[in-house]
Ligand binder design. Structure first.
Ligand code: SF4
Ligand code: SF4
Length: 132
């Protein structure tokens, strides 16, 4: 099993991705339930407007050479892509990226990674948009 985190190319200029990594290893946030041997990697969307096609083709080639089935891969859109947060509004191209993933045969897609308590409180208070 391989988890692939897609990060916003804009946000990673300001964020190291530490909390996504930590929550993966702690199986917190949207990573609950993965078996212990699950591996993970992260990559950025490649920039607006989310044209990750070339990266997906490269990944598919690597998986094929390693004998890893696409069914054993789960993509997570980082929470800063799919929810309003301290960095930005949700990505306007997320559904396009989702469609590209599906078109390339990657059907396991999860929305979210690290769940910020502060952002959740702001959602509850109506300051941030509800989770999409
Ligand atoms: S969800 Fe948070 S930690 Fe993960 S990439 Fe986005 S801003 Fe960084
Ligand atoms: S396409 Fe979305 S995720 Fe990628 S850089 Fe633009 S806003 Fe960020």
């Amino acid at each position: 099993m391989l988890v692939v985190i897609i990060q916003c190319d804009d946000v990673v200029k300001r964020c190291s991705g530490f909390l996504c990594m930590r929550d993966f290893y702690e199986r917190a946030g949207k990573f609950e339930g993965y078996p212990p041997e699950t591996r993970y990697m992260s990559m950025t969307c490649g920039g607006c407007c989310g044209n990750i096609t070339v990266k997906l083709e490269n990944l598919a080639m690597r998986l094929r050479k390693e004998g890893i089935s696409k069914d054993d891969v789960t993509f997570h859109f980082a929470s800063c892509i799919c929810s309003e947060n301290a960095h930005r509004l949700p990505c306007p191209f997320m559904n396009r990226m989702k469609a590209l993933l599906q078109h390339k045969g990657f059907g396991n897609i999860v929305l979210g990674t690290h769940i910020s308590k502060k952002a959740e409180a702001k959602r509850q208070a109506g300051i941030y948009r509800k989770w999409e």
